[in-house]
Design a protein around this ligand. Structure first.
Ligand code: GLA
Length: 385
């Protein structure tokens, strides 16, 4: 028995039916392109949410986490609704598992009552998709245990529905696709228009590199206004340019766009259009020259997010600039922005130098000390027992 199953038994009085896990993610490149039906290149990391779950023979859901301070949260299946989130009767981390249950029931999946214990080592609010890791672990468990037989693509859409309509964060499909469809050693090259995936080898080690994550400790929420307002600008830009989604605009059409759009909308559009092109170029470069050949693309992505999309923050810029000036061959913020983490592709021999320099620069600037660690592509969601 694992520690989690022992804790489950202590809390709920019987052994769980099974244990499932799902990882967080970093995004190598392709930011705010997912809801524009474009391209992304994230990978699953070896930090995961784990759930132990046992079916009940009534319509009650009882939830407990190893990290929250809410104790056991109880809910009735029939009481799950976006209104219950809006009026605060469903709150905190329990929104994520309950949102998944709600979304499955919206799709006609008969979800029974259950007891669930959640554990996670994906840092919360660090831009590494801690909430999607929880949702993907829960949906994997419920999909298995109900025999619903949903394909990964359906689980992706169900978790998106949970985020968009239950939790209230208007996010795309990148994070859950990485968590559900990730594979060891591979990045997930996803076309967000049709959900087609190519697994692309990403091997920093053989290029003499490590991928550092710098968690700035600036916490962010995609249910806040910044993310939604960027999404609205993109939708406005697509409408004014007469295309179904920004995915359909080519870099060559940006000159036209400049004459049609106001300055802010134009810069939002330019970020998305050039970022899509950078994802395609990154995939090409990885195949041709390996991880050592994508540094300038990461840098260009960060500049575009800082100046055109305006979703960076002083801590992310300092992390990126310091990593670059102390030896990283490329660096960028990763995830939705306004805080969270940066990634820095760094020669192995300079890793310590970059870590020290970033830590020192944060101290000098009076920022909270960052957390710095390496990641490699790990497996996607799976059943453990
Ligand atoms: C968050 C969202 C994703 C995606 C990224 C930005 O992580 O959950 O859907 O939009 O931001 O690329």
């Amino acid at each position: 028995m694992t520690e989690l199953t022992v804790r489950f038994e202590d809390a709920f009085g019987a052994a769980p039916d099974g244990v499932w896990q799902a990882p967080g993610r970093v995004n190598l490149i392709g930011e705010h392109t997912d809801y524009n039906e474009g391209f992304v290149l994230p990978f699953a990391i070896d930090k995961t949410a784990k759930v132990a779950l046992r079916i009940r023979h009534d319509s009650k859901v009882r939830l407990l986490s190893t990290f929250g301070d809410q104790g056991i949260v109880e809910a009735e299946l029939s009481g799950l609704s976006p209104e219950a989130v809006a009026d605060g009767s469903i709150k905190g981390w329990s929104k994520y598992p309950l949102g998944v249950v709600w979304a499955l029931r919206q799709r006609g999946v008969e979800v029974p009552g259950f007891d669930l214990l959640l554990d996670s080592d994906v840092p919360l609010g660090a831009g590494l998709s801690s909430s999607h890791a929880i949702e993907c672990a829960v949906i994997s468990a419920l999909n298995d245990i109900t025999g619903a037989g949903l394909a990964a693509e359906d689980m992706v859409l169900a978790t998106q529905q949970a985020e968009n309509n239950f939790v209230g964060a208007p996010t795309g499909i990148m994070d859950q696709s990485a968590s559900l469809r990730g594979s060891k050693g591979k990045a997930v090259f996803l076309d967000c228009r049709d959900q087609s995936v190519k697994l692309v080898p990403f091997d920093a080690e053989s290029a003499g590199l490590v991928l550092l994550v710098i968690d700035t400790k600036v916490s962010h929420s995609h249910a806040d206004g910044g993310y939604a307002s960027r999404r609205a600008s993109c939708e406005l830009g697509a409408r004014l340019m007469g295309v179904p989604a920004l995915r359909d605009l080519a870099v060559e059409q940006l000159d036209d766009a400049r004459t049609v759009l106001d300055d802010i909308t134009f810069r939002r559009v330019r970020h998305v259009v050039t970022e899509n092109a950078r994802v395609l170029e990154t995939v090409k470069q990885l195949a041709a020259g390996g991880a050592g050949s994508i540094g300038r693309l990461l840098d260009a992505s960060h500049t575009s997010m800082r100046d055109d999309f305006e979703i960076s923050c002083p801590e992310l810029d300092l992390a990126v600039d310091t990593a670059r000036s102390h030896g990283a061959i490329g660096a960028r913020m990763t995830g939705g922005g306004f805080g969270g983490s940066a990634i820095a592709l760094t020669p192995v021999g300079l890793e310590q130098q970059v870590r020290d320099a970033v830590a020192r620069s944060f101290l000098d600037a009076g920022f909270t000390a960052p957390d710095i660690f390496t990641v490699t592509p790990a497996a996607g969601a799976t059943r453990l027992s």
